[in-house]
Design a protein around this ligand. Sequence first.
Ligand code: CA
Length: 224
Amino acid sequence: MSARILIIEDEDRIRQFLQRGLSFEGYRVDAAADGNAGLELARENPPDLVLLDIMLPGIDGIEVCRRLRQVSEVPVLMLTAKEAIEDRVAGLDAGADDYLVKPFAFDELLARVRALLRRVQPAQPQVFRFADLELDTGTRQGRRGERTFDLTAKEYELLELFMRHPRQVLTREQIFDTVWNYDFGGESNIIEVYVRYLRQKTEAEGGSRLIHTVRGIGYVLREE
Ligand code: CA
């Protein structure tokens, strides 16, 4: 069963972005736009992790964190637009486990989320399989037939995204949002560059193409 994440964030754009991105990653996601609604959701569906904005209308994130802490040990990752050190200290004092300053890269948020969840639920390595391609989330290595290959951090993230969504056309924007950044850099060719790296690794020694270009849209993991 995937982890349940509760997002408490009043800014619609960020809340929806997080909700979409985390759901896409396979988490079960609940979201609230203010502290009281968030605390209520936390009671109804106890989360495995809370993403908590500090600046909220009504009761602020610091107070939400204090109240959560009275009833739960759930990991709390604070989101703050402020660089101010006092905010981070106040958040940590209130019982938050970590914080992230906005704007943040989505992959950094994911890394923090995974790290916090690992503390409470020891990682269960998983092997994704598609055709004769495998990806081991424990060793973070790929395997094609009998040949094992190493992956850089970004190559791994990109391949994991494809392996989680086989035969599904992933748009450039979905890929960029998930693997790279908060804002879509439409002119960037970074996706092409990394797809090329992955093709080199997965197609070495005569392997057939598995990552296909869908012209004008994005990419898809499928057999010829
Ligand atoms: Ca806010």
